[in-house]
Design a protein around this ligand. Structure first.
Ligand code: PNW
Length: 444
């Protein structure tokens, strides 16, 4: 890597992130059915019909995986808890095996000197709640607060930092308007409701954790840089709307207790009643902001007459296996912009950043030089932001392991560690070894 630990401020946190459904194996340990199992079982939704029943079998192999985290020299591990593993019905009786699992996992992190960064919801909604309307149903905010109390009563005393929800944009928009993730809807009304309810759930979950006396509570948003595809005012307007829906909607709600007027103009007719009354709870104080950053999109002009109708145009930059342009400048932009416009002095974490490639194991090695370059360029953007006074407090690579990349299945590999999905064998890639070297602590 182009950096050493010492090039970052004292106490800067380096980590890697994963999520429960993507690695654990949902067939194990008494987890209940989730809307991701149902979505994956419907032909056409997921490449090759792949699902998370076994995934990386992290449910059984977690000690080995935490050993890898330690071996890399990371300070912290960002993991998520599966609602359906902890409460198989989504409500009511918890599953003792599920609670025991996260209890052991958190202890396992502490034993290895890793700070646990928990995300309570990373997308596997219990199917019984999906049957009741899922994120379209306002009651989900209370169900989620109840789940929060159950899981955090068990592990909250040892977790270092917590975010209720991973990426509200994906939970709401990608899943209810773009149809790309469970439950696969394409409905503006469903999306507007989900956009509000996911934020309400964030607020109620935060409130439940404050009631338990927990600290270090944050919010994790995925941000995507949007640029006009051409120099027309129409493209500029489209890019601005994309930015509004994708980035400003969630940040404005959580940090300013308001929705951006330009997006609201289109969404207002679809919003649940009396949404204004919830903004105080949604915007209750938090302790840190998490940014997941991957890429930028070029947005073209639109003359469809539909709202919203955003078309992204293929960009000229080198792309990852996701087809996503590599644009480190966007991370620099977001760190400085979020700090200036929304942060109000809060510490900011890069809670996810990384790239997919089609890595191959050859003679026991994986040469993923493009990932090393990607991480170098983005960590350079982080250092530039820090040098300008942005309080960036940590950086988490997505992801520790190759894993279930949702609707794209298993061949888009984001891991620092290669996983053979037949044998489940783990092999650290060149990027893992390079990071390990950079993160080494040398005695003065
Ligand atoms: C994030 N998009 O998701 C998630 O937090 C991870 O679970 C996921 O594996 C990772 O990024 C890589 O995809 C996103 O379409 C998925 O804009 C899709 C989008 C953004 C983020």
């Amino acid at each position: 890597m182009d950096f050493k630990r010492l090039d970052f401020p004292d106490g800067f946190t380096f980590g890697a992130a994963t999520s429960s459904y993507q690695i654990e194996g949902h067939a194990f340990g008494g987890a209940g059915p989730t809307h991701w199992d149902s979505f994956a079982a419907t032909p056409g939704n997921v490449v090759r019909g792949e699902h998370g029943a076994r995934a990386c079998d992290h449910y059984h192999r977690w000690p080995e995986d935490l050993d890898l985290m330690r071996e890399a020299g990371f300070d912290a591990y960002r993991f998520s808890t599966s609602w359906a593993r902890v409460m198989p019905g989504g409500r009511g009786a918890p599953n003792p095996e599920g609670l025991d699992f996260y209890d052991r996992l958190v202890d396992g992190m502490l034993e290895r000197g890793l700070k646990p960064y928990a995300t309570l919801y990373h997308w596997e909604l219990p199917q019984p709640l999906a049957d009741l309307g899922g994120w379209r149903n306002r009651d989900i905010a209370s169900w989620f607060a109840d789940f929060t109390t159950v899981i955090m009563s068990r592990i909250g005393d040892r977790v270092h930092a917590t975010a209720p929800i991973n990426e509200p944009w994906c939970v709401a928009w990608l899943s209810h308007f773009l149809g790309a993730q469970a439950p696969g809807m394409r409905d503006i009304r469903a999306a507007a409701r989900a956009m509000h309810h996911v934020l309400l759930a964030h607020g109620k979950s935060t409130q439940a954790m404050r009631a338990l006396g927990l600290k270090n509570l944050g919010a994790v948003m995925n941000l995507e840089y949007s640029a006009p595809a051409d120099s027309t005012p129409e493209a500029a307007a489209s890019a601005r709307l994309y930015d509004g829906i994708y980035n400003r909607w969630f940040l404005s709600a959580v940090c300013r207790k308001e929705y951006p007027a330009d997006v609201l103009e289109g969404l207002a007719p679809h919003m649940p009643e009396n949404w204004q009354d919830d903004l105080d709870l949604i915007g209750a104080p938090i302790d840190w902001l998490g940014i997941n950053y991957y890429t930028r999109k070029l947005i073209g002009p639109d003359d469809s007459g539909l709202w919203p109708h955003l078309t992204d145009v293929e960009g000229p930059l080198p792309k990852t296996a996701m087809g996503w342009e590599i644009y480190p400048e966007g991370l620099y932009h977001f760190l400085t912009w979020v700090h200036r416009e929304f942060g109000d002095g809060l510490p900011i974490f890069v809670t996810e950043n990384g790239m997919a490639s089609y890595d191959r194991l050859e003679a026991g090695k994986v040469n993923d030089q493009p990932r090393i370059d990607y991480l170098n360029a983005h960590l350079d953007a982080v250092r530039r932001a820090i040098a300008e006074g942005v309080p960036v407090a940590g950086y988490f690579v997505w992801s520790l392991l190759d894993n279930y990349e949702w609707a794209l299945g298993y061949d888009k590999r984001f891991g620092l560690v290669h996983v053979d999905f037949d044998t489940l064998e783990r092999t650290p890639k060149a990027s893992f070894l390079a990071l390990k070297q950079a993160l080494e602590r040398r005695e003065a």
